[in-house]
Design a protein around this ligand. Structure first.
Ligand code: GLP
Length: 238
């Protein structure tokens, strides 16, 4: 695990965008795994800026997002499809049909998503955030390390944490469709971003904790190619 320490979220975005752009320059048809949450927004802003300055093109890039709330259509303002369109896809030259977010409404056979990823050649670079309880994607504590894409229950703490984006906590979906931990681990390279003091405990487990489903992020210790970008606050318990 390679750890890059930066000052703050803004600087994390600069460094993460550079790593993603290098991947695209090496392979313009690369498959990117993308993440939502507030942490990667600065990364997406830098990718948009560099696209506008003609430093990068996404015209042949394929993307697969980690997760989606169950029950939300892509037109719902808090759906992750809506987030991705608004924060990134609508502002770059990616072909929208090359972008994939798990369906929140057609959830009969979620593992089809893993088959699609395999057919695309697998994920070359997976971007990740991290939950305060160590979840990655929406794989909450206790999730099997062998899990594939499935419908998952969100913990009360995650629902509470994500309530800030909804008008009330009652409107936060209690389930999501998420790539599994095995799906994430099959990515060739992983780039995890963690910024802010509330991520310090999860980062300490990620880097030094015992590998255990109690902290899903710890499985990343067993992946051969992980880059972790942390700011001063998120690294304060290392
Ligand atoms: C959600 C997402 C995760 C994300 C996490 C942290 O639970 N499913 O992919 O990593 O939130 O979000 P934030 O970056 O806003 O702290």
């Amino acid at each position: 695990m390679k750890i890059i320490k930066v000052k703050n979220n803004e600087e994390a975005g600069v460094v993460a965008a550079q790593i993603i752009e290098q991947k695209i320059q090496t392979n313009p048809q690369c498959v990117l795994g993308l993440a939502t949450g507030s942490t990667p927004i600065s990364t997406y802003q830098h990718l948009i800026k560099d696209y506008q300055n003609q430093k990068v093109s996404f015209k042949d890039v394929i993307t697969y997002n980690l997760d989606e709330y169950q029950g939300l259509l892509g037109t719902h303002p808090e759906s992750y499809r809506y987030f991705m369109n608004g924060k990134l896809f609508n502002h770059i030259d990616i072909k929208i049909e090359n972008t994939h977010v798990p369906s929140g409404t057609d959830t009969k056979n979620p593992a089809v998503y893993d088959e699609l990823i395999q057919q695309a050649g697998g994920i070359d670079l997976q971007l990740l955030g991290i939950g305060v309880n160590g979840h990655i994607g929406f794989n909450e504590p206790g999730t099997s390390f062998d899990s594939l894409t499935s419908v998952v229950d969100l913990t009360p703490s995650t629902i509470q944490m994500n309530a800030r984006f909804f008008a009330s906590v009652d409107l936060v979906p209690t389930k999501a469709v998420s790539m599994g931990l095995k799906t994430i681990m099959q990515s060739k390279q992983i780039l995890l971003l963690a910024t802010g003091a509330n991520k310090a405990e999860a980062v300490a487990h990620l880097v030094n904790g015992e590998v255990s489903p109690a902290w899903p992020c710890t499985i990343l210790q067993t992946h051969p190619d992980v880059i972790v970008i942390i700011d001063q606050e998120a690294g304060s318990m290392l």
